[in-house]
Design a protein around this ligand. Sequence first.
Ligand SMILES: [Zn+2]
Length: 356
Amino acid sequence: MTTHGGFEPVFCTVVPPHILDRLAKSDNPARSGPAQRTLVRDSELRARRRVTSEYRLAAAPAAKAPSDQPLRTIYDAEHRTDLPGTKVRAEGSDPGQDATVNRAYAGLGATFDLYLKAYQRHSIDGDGLPLDATVHYDEGYNNAFWNGEQMVFGDGDGEIFVDFTNSIDVIGHELTHGVTQYTANLTYYGQPGALNESLSDVFGSLIKQYSLGQTAAEADWLIGAGLLAPNVTGSALRSMKAPGTAYDDDVLGKDPQPATMDDYVRTGRDNGGVHINSGIPNHAFYLAATALGGHAWEKAGQVWYDVLTGGELTEKAFFSDFAKLTVKAARERFGDGGDEFQAVEKAWEQVGVRIL
Ligand SMILES: [Zn+2]
């Protein structure tokens, strides 16, 4: 198992704090109650996770040759908070009655598939890490997360959010935080934090696109489609195609994501706006992928993966550092004569990130 020096676990939940904070202030107790409970639970989990992640890395066994098959186990928390809960589905077993269990199993498998088949990476640590998930966590829990050891999914309160296994891209998003920790280990604050978030959205979306066999033109480029309850005005949590347009709702407010540096948000909340300013590199990826056409994981995704895992991206990288490395990686991967590096260069220019 390869670990990175100065390993600092990221605790990213699917629903970011800026949304829960707003819901928690709602006058309607059916909305504020679950959001307040979710915020309290998340802060307990954040504290606990720091300890378990360090333990896990210290106790990791010596590596053997990783398998080309995932090793998935799904557990049911039965609406309690003890992890992992009761084992309900093991690798290779047939689907059961519970659609939530089956979606979690499929989402872990789709994530494993993209990384292995597109990038020859064995699981999130590159060394065959088993993929565990717990469903039906807590009562009305409005979130899902990867805690450094496993995925955990709430059922949602039914008022604002529904079953968190509904979006394959958010499963991929959370697991990609693991990939980033094992590779570039981007600091989870400010611009490096927004890059960390953006990489999770990029590969989360690619996992969905790969599983559906979609081209860049066919993809919806949404993160979290299918998570919002029917009475919420919105389509998803974020849009890479049109950041700032994913939702506009009385209770949730308006999607705060900028698409370009002109609208970069300076804030101390949400780790310096990591889930907000990620809209800028997200949109750059969308622009590069659609300009290149075809399957987004083959060219744009390969370039982004090369930068994430190539060893030159520093933990404190800014958008411009990352952009420069993508242009370099596109030249190295596809040559100086092709359109690829120019499409990547132009995408960053369009979102206002200067390549120095
Ligand atoms: Zn995240």
